[in-house]
Write a protein that binds this ligand. Structure first.
Ligand SMILES: Cc1cc2nc3c(=O)[nH]c(=O)nc-3n(C[C@H](O)[C@H](O)[C@H](O)COP(=O)(O)OP(=O)(O)OC[C@H]3O[C@@H](n4cnc5c(N)ncnc54)[C@H](O)[C@@H]3O)c2cc1C
Length: 267
């Protein structure tokens, strides 16, 4: 079930005065709508904007939307990463037509006075300083803030540094890589039984829908796929789901009970 997302819209009086910002796009007299973010809210908003009425600029750290409900399945290889990504230009084809623009960038500030978004280029992975990271500004007439939220770590020490998060494709890739590496290391004759046990124990923190789904998918992977690739290890892999209150706490009681029972059935 998908919630209905309502993006924040900060509207301001349209104007055409030129400014000092580097990425001013006043080539067309129409007002410019800047949308920050290509998640559910940003993508839906961009899709519904009429390109006949305004210029559209999408500024986001990624050039695609991620279908998050299926993200857990990519960690175990049930789904391929590209099958849950939708390029934002496919969501709104007018983005491929100038003066509309879709930029991969990090927004770090908004100056509501001068109606400018302050951005930083994000460079190219592995290119080092050959591709410099530089600031630039982007002028807007209407601004949509759809940058989502960060995961709450409740200030628990070590979480930021040592845990995997699951919101982005890159994070799902990291989890998948670690699962495969642990599995392959566990098979080595040099690995001690104690180390093997540690390598084959996955802990999922958070018994909300995402945690339950991910833990369930991991358990399915262990029951159905692992016996084929590592038959000797199939009984050694463990998944622990940690939840401070109740699993699926916001759901109906019958669903909560069913989830708890099913999770213990599949270990
Ligand atoms: C694994 C998983 C499964 C889920 N399953 C469901 C489900 O079944 N049903 C449901 O209703 N919800 C589900 N959710 C929750 C749902 O995905 C989120 O509520 C939703 O993604 C929020 O949408 P959003 O557009 O506000 O933010 P996001 O989807 O997080 O998008 C934020 C966008 O802003 C960009 N951005 C962020 N900061 C900056 C910045 N500084 N500069 C530029 N760009 C920036 C990001 O790159 C991204 O494109 C799930 C979440 C996860 C992680």
């Amino acid at each position: 079930m998908l919630r209905r997302f309502v993006p924040t819209v900060a509207t301001a009086k349209p104007h055409n005065a030129s400014g000092s910002c580097r990425w001013l796009r006043n080539v067309s007299p129409r007002p410019t709508v800047v949308v920050i973010g290509t998640g559910w809210a940003g993508a839906r908003c961009v899709r519904d904007i009429d390109p006949q009425l305004c210029n559209i600029a999408v500024l986001s750290q990624r050039n695609h939307m991620v279908f998050t409900p299926l993200l857990p399945q990519t960690c175990t290889g049930t789904l391929e990463f590209r099958s849950i990504c939708e390029p934002i230009v496919r969501v709104q084809p007018a983005l491929a037509v100038e003066p509309n623009v879709n930029l991969r960038t990090m927004v770090f500030d908004v100056d509501f006075e001068s109606q400018q978004v302050r951005c930083m280029t994000v460079g190219v992975l592995g290119a080092g300083d050959k591709v410099p990271v530089e600031p630039f500004n982007f002028r807007y007439d209407y601004l949509v803030l759809a940058h989502g939220a960060r995961a709450n770590t409740f200030n628990i020490p070590g979480v930021e540094e040592h845990a995997f998060f699951l919101r982005e494709i890159s994070e799902a890739r990291g989890i998948r890589r670690r699962l495969v590496q642990n599995l392959m290391t566990a098979k080595l004759p040099t690995t001690t039984p104690a180390e093997r046990k540690r390598l084959l124990h996955a802990v999922v923190v958070g018994g909300g829908p995402t945690g339950v789904e991910f833990a369930g998918d991991l358990a399915d992977f262990l029951r159905q796929d692992l016996p084929r690739v590592a038959p000797n290890l199939k009984d050694e892999f463990r998944v622990t789901l940690v939840e401070a209150n109740e699993v699926l706490g916001t759901f109906d009681l019958s669903l909560r009970n069913y989830a708890a029972q099913r999770l213990s059935e599949i270990n």
